[in-house]
Design a binder for this molecule. Structure first.
Ligand code: GLC
Ligand code: CA
Length: 536
C-alpha cells in the first residue's frame, strides 16, 4: 500500500497499473515467426523473455484482429477474431498464458470509433440501404451544393465523407475512407462493444488501450465546422473539426465500461484522448470512467527545462484524480521517434535517454514504444517502400508514420535482422546493424543496458509526491522519497554546456550520459543529460 498526498497521490490499495512500465508492441514489426515478413502473435510469444529481461511490467499489443489492413489493423472487420496474418485465437490465448506465467500483464487495443469497410455491418449497410445496419453508421444525403453533407475533414487528410454511389448518400469517416465511423447514438453499437469487451476480458486480457477515446460521438446535428476556426490535431498535425470530437455523451460509455471492468479483477482502461487541453483530457479519467489517459503534450514539446517543468506540473495536477494515475509517453507508432525529435544522431539519442530517465522518476506509469530501448531513430524510407495511408492519401506530400514502424532489429544480419527469415514488410534502415538487440545487449554502455538498469532501479523504489527544486536556468530538478530511506533526486539539464549543481550529500544512482559525477558538495552534469541521485 502506498499513500501520499498532493500531485501524484495514490489512494487506497495499490493497483499494478498505477506505476507500471508498459511496453508498446507494434505487432506487425516485433517478430515474425513464419517468414512472411510480418510480425505475428507466435513471434511475440517466443520473445516474451526479452521483455522480462528488460524489466517491463506489461505490454500493449496494437490491433491483431481481422482486418483488411488499410490502416494496418486499425480498420477492423471482426474484433473477436485474430487476423490470419497474425495467427489464431489459440495463439492469442497462448500469448496471454505465457505472458502471465512470466509475470507480464497484457493490454490489447480496442477500436470503438470506426470499423473496417469490410465489417459485416458495413457490407450489409452498403448492400441494402434500407437495412437496419445502415443506421449503425453515419450515412447522409449530399449537402445543398450536391457535395459532402458538411465541411468536416478527415484526420488523414481530405474530406471526412465518401460517396456511396449506389445510394447517392455519403458516409462519414474521420480517418481513412476504409474506416467508416460508427453511430454511437444507436443502441446496437453499445451492445456490440460491450460484447467485445467481455470477450477479451473473459479470455484474460489485463486491460484495453482505447483508440481515439475522445471520438465515438459526433455532434447530433452534424453541423458545419465554423469557417475560419482552425483547430490543430496534436498527434496528426492536421486540422480537425471540433464538432466531430469530445461530445459529452462519450463519458457515459466509459462509465458503463468501468462497471463492466470492475466485475473483473484489477483490469485497466487507458484512453487515447488526443486533445490539447489537459483539463479536457482529465475529464475522461476517474473512479467512474477510465483508469488512465495518455498524456500527449510531451510528444510535441521541445526538451527544454522550463517547458518540461510546466507540462509535468500541469499533468500531475490534471491527473491527480482518485481512481486514476498519470501517464508519460515519449514515442508511439504515430509520431516521430523521440531520439530524432531531439535532433537525432548521438546527441539526439543521448537527449532521448535523459528525457526517459526524467519521466521514469515521476509518479504514474510510462508507456515505452518498441525500439526506443535500442536508441532507434526514425528510419527514412524510400517512397516505393511506404505504406501508411496518411502518406498514400496525400499523394506522398505528408510524411506519414512508416519511419517509426520499421521492424525491430534482433541481430545485425541484413535484410531480416532476426525479425524475419523473409522480406520485412517495411525495410530496416542502416541503424539496424549497430543497434540490434544483439549488439546493444553485448555492450554495457548501450541504451539497452541503460534502460534495463533504470527499470530495475525504479521498480517500487520512488514513492510519494514530487518536490520541485529550484536549481537555475536550463535545469529541472525534483525530489521524491526513496522507499529505503533518504530521497531520490532527479536532475535534467537541457542546455548544451556542462553545469555544476550544489547538491551536497548526493550519490549517483544512474546517469544518462558519461561525464556525470557527484562529490561531497556538487554534482557535475553534462548538457543534455539527466541523473538520478540518492541523497541521505
Ligand atoms: C489511433 C491510432 C492510429 C490510427 C488511428 C485510427 O490514433 O493510434 O494508429 O491510425 O487511431 O484508428
Ligand atoms: Ca508472420
Amino acid at each position: 500500500m502506498t499513500s501520499s498526498t498532493g500531485p501524484g497521490r495514490v489512494t487506497g490499495a495499490r493497483h499494478w497499473w498505477q506505476d507500471a512500465v508498459v511496453y508498446q508492441v507494434y505487432v506487425r514489426s516485433f517478430s515474425d515467426s513464419n517468414g512472411d515478413g510480418i510480425g505475428d502473435l507466435p513471434g511475440i510469444t517466443a520473445r516474451l523473455p526479452y521483455l522480462t529481461d528488460l524489466g517491463v511490467d506489461a505490454l500493449w499489443l496494437t490491433p491483431f484482429y481481422r482486418s483488411p489492413m488499410a490502416d494496418h489493423g486499425y480498420d477492423i472487420s471482426d474484433q473477436c477474431d485474430v487476423d490470419p496474418i497474425f495467427g489464431t485465437l489459440g495463439d492469442a490465448d497462448a500469448l496471454l498464458e505465457r505472458a502471465h506465467a512470466l509475470g507480464l500483464r497484457v493490454i490489447v487495443d480496442l477500436v470503438p470509433n470506426h470499423t473496417s469497410d469490410e465489417h459485416r455491418w458495413f457490407q450489409e449497410a452498403l448492400a441494402h440501404p434500407g437495412s437496419p445496419y445502415r443506421e449503425r453508421f453515419l450515412f447522409r444525403p449530399p449537402g445543398a451544393d450536391g457535395g459532402p453533407p458538411n465541411n468536416w475533414v478527415s484526420v488523414f487528410g481530405g474530406p471526412a465523407w465518401t460517396l456511396d454511389p449506389a445510394s447517392g448518400e455519403y458516409f462519414l469517416h474521420l480517418f481513412d475512407s476504409r474506416q467508416p465511423d460508427v453511430n454511437w447514438r444507436h443502441p446496437a453499437v453499445h451492445a456490440e462493444w460491450e460484447r467485445i469487451l467481455r470477450f477479451w476480458l473473459d479470455r484474460g486480457v489485463d486491460g484495453f488501450r482505447i483508440d481515439v477515446a475522445h471520438g465515438l460521438y459526433k455532434r447530433a446535428d452534424l453541423a458545419d465546422h465554423p469557417p475560419g476556426l482552425v483547430v490543430e490535431d496534436p498527434i496528426f498535425h492536421a486540422s480537425t473539426a471540433p464538432y466531430a470530437w469530445d461530445q459529452p455523451e462519450v463519458l457515459d460509455v466509459y462509465h458503463r465500461w468501468r462497471e463492466i471492468t470492475e466485475e473483473y479483477d484489477d483490469r485497466v482502461m487507458v484512453g487515447e484522448v488526443f486533445l490539447s487541453e489537459l483539463d479536457r483530457v482529465a475529464r475522461f479519467v476517474g473512479p467512474k470512467h477510465l483508469h488512465q489517459s495518455f498524456n500527449f503534450p510531451l510528444l510535441a514539446a521541445p526538451l527544454d527545462a522550463t517547458t518540461w517543468r510546466n507540462l509535468i506540473t500541469a499533468s500531475l495536477v490534471a491527473f491527480d484524480v482518485e481512481g486514476a494515475s498519470p501517464t508519460w509517453v515519449l514515442s508511439n507508432h504515430d509520431v516521430i521517434r523521440h531520439a530524432t525529435r531531439y535532433g537525432g544522431g548521438d546527441e539526439g539519442r543521448a537527449r532521448a535517454r535523459a528525457a526517459t530517465l526524467t519521466l521514469l522518476a515521476l509518479p504514474g506509469s510510462i508507456y515505452l514504444y518498441e525500439g526506443e530501448e535500442l536508441g532507434l531513430e526514425q528510419d527514412d524510407l524510400p517512397p516505393q517502400a511506404r505504406q501508411d495511408p496518411i502518406w498514400l492519401r496525400s499523394g506522398g506530400t505528408v510524411e506519414g508514420r512508416d519511419g517509426c514502424r520499421t521492424p525491430v532489429p534482433w541481430n545485425s544480419v541484413p535484410a531480416g535482422h532476426g525479425f524475419t527469415t523473409g522480406r520485412p514488410w517495411l525495410p530496416l534502415g542502416p541503424q539496424a546493424v549497430s543497434r540490434s538487440v544483439e549488439a546493444e545487449r553485448a555492450d554495457a554502455g548501450s541504451t539497452w543496458a541503460f534502460y534495463q538498469r533504470a527499470l530495475g532501479l525504479r521498480r517500487g523504489a520512488f514513492v510519494g509526491a514530487v518536490r520541485w527544486l529550484e536549481l537555475g536556468p536550463e535545469l529541472l530538478g525534483f525530489a521524491r522519497d526513496h522507499v529505503d530511506g533518504g530521497e531520490l533526486v532527479c536532475v535534467l539539464s537541457t542546455g548544451s554546456e556542462q553545469l555544476t549543481v550544489a547538491l551536497p550529500g548526493s550519490e549517483v544512482l544512474l546517469a544518462s550520459r558519461a561525464g556525470t559525477s557527484a562529490s561531497a558538495r556538487d554534482v557535475v552534469l553534462p548538457g543534455g543529460a539527466a541523473v538520478w541521485l540518492r541523497r541521505t
